[in-house]
Design a protein around this ligand. Structure first.
Ligand code: ZN
Length: 156
C-alpha cells in the first residue's frame, strides 16, 4: 500500500482527506517543518477511519530567487545568479557557457537579499546540467547555522 503524500502550504498548513469518507481537514503542521527526516503522520477521522500520510515539505523550502554569485570549479570562476534556493541546494545560471563537471564538487559564493546582504560561501556538488548555462547543485552539508539558516527561517 502506498502512503499518500500531502503538501505543506505557504501558511504551514496541510490538508488531509479521509480515504474512507472523503471528509477533509486542514491542520497546522508548522511544528514538523524543521524535521530533517521524512514525516509520516497518522490521523483519525470523525468516521473512525485512521489514515497515514507523508508530509512533503520541499515545496515550502524551494524558492525562486535572483542572487548574484559565482560558481567555482577547478579554480575557474563562473559568474552568474542563483535562480532557485532550498535548504538542500541551488540552481545556478552562469552568464556564459560553463564547462562544469557533473557529479563533481564545486563551490558557490552568493549574496543574499537580506538587510545584511550576507555573503554565503559553500562547498557543493553539481548534480545536474540543465544546459551549458544552468546547473543543479546540492550543498555538501544541509545544516545551515549562519545567515543562510536565518534566511530560510525568516525569508521563506
Ligand atoms: Zn472519514
Amino acid at each position: 500500500m502506498t502512503i499518500p503524500t500531502i503538501f505543506v502550504t505557504q501558511e504551514l498548513t496541510a490538508t488531509f482527506a479521509c480515504e474512507s469518507c472523503g471528509q477533509s481537514y486542514t491542520k497546522d503542521v508548522a511544528k514538523f517543518i524543521m524535521h530533517k527526516a521524512r514525516v509520516r503522520l497518522k490521523y483519525k477521522c470523525k468516521c473512525g477511519h485512521t489514515s497515514s500520510v507523508i508530509l512533503e515539505r520541499r515545496r515550502v523550502f524551494r524558492k525562486e530567487v535572483t542572487l548574484k554569485g559565482v560558481l567555482i570549479q577547478n579554480q575557474k570562476n563562473y559568474p552568474g545568479v542563483v535562480t532557485d534556493l532550498s535548504r538542500n541546494g541551488i540552481q545556478f545560471k552562469t552568464q556564459e557557457k560553463a564547462l562544469i563537471k557533473v557529479d563533481h564538487t564545486a563551490e558557490v559564493k552568493f549574496t543574499l537579499d537580506n538587510p545584511n546582504r550576507s555573503e554565503i560561501h559553500r562547498p557543493i556538488r553539481v548534480r545536474k546540467a540543465f544546459s551549458e548555462y544552468s546547473f543543479g547543485c546540492e550543498f555538501e552539508d544541509t545544516e545551515h547555522f549562519d545567515d543562510l539558516g536565518k534566511y530560510f527561517l525568516f525569508y521563506f
